[in-house]
Structures are given as structure tokens and as C-alpha cells.
Design a protein around this ligand. Sequence first.
Ligand code: NAP
Length: 289
Amino acid sequence: MKIGIVGLGLIGGCLGLDLRRAGHWVYGVSRRQVTCASASAMGAVDAAGLDLAALSTMDLVFVCTPITAIEPMVAQLAKVLSPEAIITDVGSVKASIVAPATQLWPRFVGGHPMAGKAEAGIEAAEASVFLGRPYVLTPLPETDADAISQVSQLVQQLGSHLYAATPANHDQAVAWISHLPVMVSASLIQGCLSEPDLTIKTLAQQLASSGFCDTSRVGGGNPELGLMMAQYNQSAILRALLAYRQQLDSCIQAIQLEDWPSLVEMLQQAHEQRPQYIDEPPRRAYSNA
Ligand code: NAP
């Protein structure tokens, strides 16, 4: 297949590496020549340039720009692609993108690879990031069936686990497991920074280990991505944050009242239910250091 990738950053670069390895021919388009040169040098694309018109002969195009640029990019692509071409995107929110993009291009299929890294940019791209990770497609009832089938096949070639959801269900689900953690984790870092005693604050920074590393990782990532999650998934993220605040209040109340049975019940349920979300091999003792 001849595949275009617009936006040669972390996700665009990771996709290029894997799609080329799967035998596809990949042309990349980005805003800056230096990005195109890096993508070529690291083997993420067969060729790259700044001009969207170079994508006119592509069978399929992945839009991997920041969320805010996805819909305008689909509008621009609609002027250069052949009518049989498929457009898919990788944006972390779907409801605000999929409906307008489908209006612009009937063979548009919304998608979201549930994989990534804290770093941004082409330099952070690496192969096999999507391997064994979920990849959700969010077609509408009117989405072209052949386009869904072709994007599904590519997702399977990446070694990802394929899921389908409505854009609204996707947005609420990722608000819970992706966008809420970013806000919680960033608030955790801010909370630690608010310690007024400099000796304690410095000591905490010196003692921080694997537990803090795990819980602060997503909050210390790309700020632009977090901002876009809040702006483009506002109602779903607010719903999750408000429920989380309620949960924190229950936790505070249990500790204030020394209601240890309630606290232990909450912690026990969290311990039992975590594998419903993520299954990890057991860690060594003192793993929550
Ligand atoms: P990124 O590393 O910052 O890459 C985005 C790239 O897009 C930039 O390197 C930039 O390249 C290019 N770009 C920006 N505006 C453009 C435009 N108008 N036209 C063409 N290229 C443009 O960001 P990312 O993390 O890969 O995120 C990209 C998309 O993936 C987002 O929609 C995000 O929601 C989604 N996503 C991210 C993750 C994650 O963990 N990061 C996971 C799943 C999905 P130049 O250097 O050439 O300007």
C-alpha cells in the first residue's frame, strides 16, 4: 500500500517505522524540513516533504498532527487525494473530530492507538510501540465499510489489539483511563511542590523513587497534549474529575474519622479491581517505595 503520514512527530514516526517494516511504502509530510530529514534518516519514511500535494497518489493517509490541526488537515487533504483514498487519524479524542471529518471525507475512519511515550517529536519515535497495545477505531454508522476493513487490517499488521467504539463512548472511556490520570498526576506533582518547608520539599525530591515515578509519569509529560485533552474532551474529563474528587473526599473523611474499616475496604477493592484495567506481573517487595 502507498501510505501517507501527515505530522512526523512521536506517533507519526512510530507508525512510519512499523508500516515500512510491514512492507508498505510511506511518504511523510510535516511542517518543517528538519523534521522530514530526521524522519528519513531514522527510516520512518521512504521519502518526506512539506507539500501535501505529494500525497495525491496515496491509498491511505494517517493524520498524526496535534488534535487542533486534524480537522483542518482533513479539509486540506480533501483537495488533493483521489476519491478512493482513505483518511484515518490518531487523535486522542474522537467525538469532536470524527463527525466533521466524515462530512469532509466519506472514507474517513477515526482511530486512536492506545500507546505512546512522555516525550514528543520525531526523535522519540521507535519501532513496535503499538505491539500488543489496544488500538480503537470509532466509525460512525455511515462510515464506509471497505475503509473500516482496510484500516482494521493495518492496525492488525501493527500487532495491536483492535477495538471499536462510538466516538462518545471512546471519549468517556479515555477520560477515565488516560485524561483523568494526566490531571491527577499533574496535581500530585503540584501538591508536592506546594510543601512550604524547603527542607521537607528537598528531602521528598531526594527520596522520590519508583512509586512516585509511576504516579507522576503521565502528569510530567507533554503539556500541550494535556491541554488539548481538556479542551477537546471537556465534558467527559470533567465528569471523571468530579467523580474522582468525590472519591478523594471519601478517602479524606475515612482518615479524619479514623474509619479504618472503610479505608481498608476501599484499598482492598482497589487492590482486587486493578487487574480489570491493567495486568502486570507481581513486583518485588517494597514495590510502592
Ligand atoms: P508530536 O510528537 O508533537 O508530533 C506532532 C507533529 O506534528 C510535530 O512534530 C509537528 O511536526 C507536526 N505538525 C504539527 N502541526 C502540523 C501541521 N499543521 N501540519 C503538519 N504537521 C504538523 O505529537 P504526538 O505525541 O505524536 O501526537 C500526535 C497526535 O497523536 C495527536 O493528535 C495526539 O492526540 C495523538 N496521540 C498521541 C499519543 C501520545 O502518547 N503522544 C498517543 C496516542 C495518540 P513539525 O516538527 O514538522 O512541526
